[in-house]
Design a protein around this ligand. Sequence first.
Ligand SMILES: Nc1ncnc2c1ncn2[C@@H]1O[C@H](COP(=O)(O)OP(=O)(O)O)[C@@H](O)[C@H]1O
Ligand SMILES: [Mg+2]
Length: 242
Amino acid sequence: MTAEANQILQVREIHTYYGLSHILFGVSIDISKGEVLCLLGRNGAGKTTTMRSISGLTPAKEGKILFHGEDITHISSNKIAKKGIVTAFAEKRVFGNLTVKENLEIARRAPAKEKKQEGWTLEKVYSLFPILDKYSNRWAKTLSGGEQQMVCIARALMANPDLLLLDEPTTGLAPVVVNDISQQVKLLQREGMSILLAEQNFLFAKELGDRCTIIDAGEIRFTGTFEDLESDESIMKKYLTV
Ligand SMILES: Nc1ncnc2c1ncn2[C@@H]1O[C@H](COP(=O)(O)OP(=O)(O)O)[C@@H](O)[C@H]1O
Ligand SMILES: [Mg+2]
């Protein structure tokens, strides 16, 4: 297989705006099939905007985004989700007045036709997040922040993504919960899920990621292995809060 054929996502020099505010300046990112790429950067660096550009919520004005080699830059967010890019955003999007089970069931989408495996079911999601099985009939709003974050990730899985965008899954969570989520993401990784993981938590990211890329003020400042990053203290200090 060529390197190109092995890539699930190619973000090429994108520029993204909110109204007249120019936020992303030529951002490029590549993700291979089955890779967990960490997008690191301080608060306000452009991580969420990058994810919004990929998912079509705030489309890029310039540049290109290819998914399985297909240009999706100007496709609607709904169609992009159907093609298999699903986001679990930091602002936890659970429906508080629905039960955990209902939250999961309404998020279910059949896997893309060309896929042979059965995909994610309630049962499979519950085996990854046993606590959600236990609380299956509770209103989502009665769950803790960490549990709601799990509902959020579980909902994304129910949509059967090919590429999962995880936007700061650990922000605001207690260390013990961060550890749970870390284990769950590791299991997904072992299943071969391709993931773009936006994080400010360097140590959490390092546990999970294959490679990382650093964004600052809307520009990519580094892409490489965690080893390379750690050996360059100046980059660490300049762009990350460690
Ligand atoms: N809806 C918006 N309108 C205008 N500016 C925004 C909006 N959302 C985010 N921004 C700005 O875009 C920049 C990048 O934000 P964001 O992508 O959310 O960063 P991160 O996710 O890395 O914290 C910040 O300067 C932020 O203030
Ligand atoms: Mg963000």
